[in-house]
Design a protein around this ligand. Structure first.
Ligand code: PLP
Length: 371
């Protein structure tokens, strides 16, 4: 039998696959429980807008046709909403697609990609797969330390990833420091600001003071790529749609590596309709802000520390090895996210659920931790 590992590229040979949150079906099969609750992948507990569902249903008879490979209507709609030119938008099969395109366009083998410690696991995976050299800079209070990131920039730096807010820590950067960082980068460095949780973080109710709308910056800094997604606040994670906003010349390069029909026809119309439903988005954002308060109050009652979050999830400090607590919660039918692989063995990341979901997880933590 061929040793396929030896045929794989050096980068792929050393890769560990991304570990997603455990799916509900798998938990129910493995543990023989039913009615499991998943608070592990930062999905919107309200689900998608009914308008998006209706649009998706009405698109089903047309699925024998290839989708609009250009995503013309969705791009027009995003452009109008964000106040940018449609030429600067690139669509992805989820925003993970855009992160991949950025690496494939800008990271040649051997060049460096910077990101903060405790940041999204996809960054080092994509970097290594492309033969690039991922460098994690030290975090400060669990968040991205821009000074450390800046100090790591060399003539060999190709790209920098910054998640704002960051997953899994929920920490965020304010507009002044972030813009100052982007402004002083050398011209040969591209920077991706990953805003998967933009809709949540930009809501005043979440209290992420100074959280910026970086889309406005794209006109000033042509080396900036901003990515956003329909997977989180818009509740369309299963349909896979995301987008980036960049200088049109950068978008043109991103589109060179984009597979022709990467966003399907059902997803395109569902995303358009989701953008139209402001009421649903506001409901989702308000429910999340209230849920964060509820979880923080619950952790305080249990004497557990946590990292303040601008996303729809929060990391709680169990105070010791969190893996057994994760397992105990699984046995009770609740899936949260262990983050030991992010260098956070004492934390668990919990997605904000409905008020009822949040009560369940707080009560279970109380029981499992015997508080
Ligand atoms: C969820 C998430 C994404 C994107 O997910 P997609 O479903 O591919 O859009 C990107 N970055 C971060 C930090 C995330 O948490």
């Amino acid at each position: 039998m061929t040793d396929f590992l030896s045929l794989a590229t050096a980068g792929v040979r050393g890769l560990q696959p991304y570990q997603p949150g455990k799916p509900i079906d798998e938990l129910e099969r493995e543990y023989g429980v039913s009615g499991a609750l998943k608070l592990a992948s930062n999905e919107n507990p309200l689900g998608p807008s009914p308008l998006a569902l209706e649009a998706a249903r009405s698109a089903l008879p047309g699925v024998w046709l290839y989708p609009d490979g250009n995503g013309f209507r969705l791009k027009e709609k995003i452009a109008a909403r964000c106040g940018v030119a449609a030429e600067g938008i690139t669509l992805g099969n989820g925003s993970s697609d855009l992160l991949d395109f950025a690496v494939r366009v800008f990271v040649a083998s051997g060049r460096e990609v910077l990101f903060s410690e405790h940041s999204f696991a996809i960054y080092p995976i994509l970097t290594q797969a492309a033969g690039g050299q991922g460098i994690a800079t030290p975090a400060r209070e669990w968040g991205c330390d821009l000074a450390a990131l800046r100090a790591a920039v060399t003539s060999n730096t190709a790209l920098i990833f910054i998640a704002n807010p960051n997953n899994p820590t929920g920490t965020w950067l304010d507009g002044d420091s972030l813009e100052q960082f982007v402004r002083t980068l050398p011209d040969h460095v591209m920077v991706v600001i990953d805003e998967a949780y933009f809709e949540y973080a930009s809501s005043p109710a979440v209290g992420a003071n100074g959280y910026p709308d970086t889309v406005e910056w794209v006109a000033r800094y042509p080396n900036l790529i901003v990515t956003r997604t329909f997977s989180k606040c818009y509740g369309l994670a299963g349909l896979r749609v995301g987008y980036s906003i960049s200088h049109p010349r950068v978008a043109e390069l991103m589109n060179r590596v984009r597979p022709p029909f990467n966003v399907n026809s059902v997803a395109l119309v569902a995303a358009e309709a989701a953008l139209d439903d402001d009421a649903h988005r506001l409901r989702s954002v308000a429910m999340n802000a209230a849920g964060l308060q509820q979880l923080m109050a619950g952790f305080q009652r249990l004497g557990l520390a946590y990292i303040p979050s601008a996303g729809n999830f929060i990391c709680v400090d169990i105070g010791c090895e969190a893996a057994p607590v994760y397992e105990a919660l699984l046995r009770q039918g609740v899936i949260v996210r262990p983050v030991a692989n992010y260098g956070m063995p004492h934390h668990l990341r919990i997605t904000v659920g409905t008020s009822e979901n949040n009560d369940i997880i707080i009560n279970l933590l109380k029981k499992v931790l015997d508080r």
